[in-house]
Ligand binder design. Structure first.
Ligand code: PRP
Ligand code: URA
Length: 209
């Protein structure tokens, strides 16, 4: 599946292992999610378009590349995607930030939307959708569907841990979307949690439950 990239950098894998540890506390967990987002973002944004601009160094004028056009929109899926936002903003501080609020019904595991606010216009931007967990793939697929309805075209999705089931659904529903993954785990359990996973990402980032 050519639209899927797992990022096997040792620094990233080390940090994911620390996230998985049940004894990692909220503060450290939050920092690790940001750092992982930054490392993944570095790869995910490798193809941002650039243009040559003129810059005057202390020695002479030269033409040199800068990121061109309307640049980047980041769209974290609430809540857990918020944990990745600062990591991407550290790379691209001028990015616009939209938000999509979705929660999974605990019985059906289907996503329900409760909030959607996107930068406008969005057509010309590269859009990076953030969520640490890709489990059944329902939330990511729904969020990307909303973004397309609002006119989004050039969409990438970035997660920390994915289940094979979620990867398959997302790439089938949105074959045009490039998917960046820290690690693909074994499977989902009967509650649609990723195994071995890291538990509930939102609860661990925000210290709830
Ligand atoms: C989690 C996670 C994803 C979703 C993944 O969010 O952050 O958004 O589940 O599951 P899926 O691939 O099966 O849809 P949750 O609904 O628990 O909400 P929260 O971020 O507010 O905790
Ligand atoms: N959401 C999470 O936060 N963790 C999972 O394992 C699955 C969905």
């Amino acid at each position: 599946m050519s639209n899927i990239m797992t990022i096997d950098h040792p620094l990233l894998q080390h940090k994911i292992s620390m996230l998985r540890n049940k004894d990692t506390g909220t503060n450290e967990f939050r920092m690790l999610v940001q750092e992982i987002a930054l490392l993944e973002g570095y790869e995910a944004l490798r193809d941002l378009p650039t243009e040559e601009v003129e810059v005057e160094t202390p020695l002479m004028k030269c033409r040199t590349p800068m990121i061109s056009g309307k640049k980047l929109a980041i769209v974290p899926i609430l809540r857990a995607g918020l944990g990745m936002t600062e990591g991407i903003l550290a790379l691209v501080p001028t990015a616009k930030v939209g938000h999509i609020g979705l929660y999974r019904d605990p019985e059906t595991h289907l996503p329900h939307e409760y909030y959607c606010k996107l930068p406008s216009p969005i057509e010309d931007r590269t859009i990076l959708v953030l969520d640490p967990m890709l489990a059944t793939g329902g939330s990511a697929s729904e969020a990307i569907g909303f973004i397309k309805e609002h006119g989004g075209v050039r969409i990438k999705f970035m997660c920390v841990i994915a289940a094979p089931e979620g990867v398959e659904k997302l790439s089938k529903d949105h074959p045009d979307v490039q998917i960046y993954i820290g690690h693909i785990d074994e499977r989902l359990n009967e509650n649609a949690y990723i195994l071995p996973g890291l538990g509930d990402a939102g609860d661990r980032i925000f210290g709830t439950k």
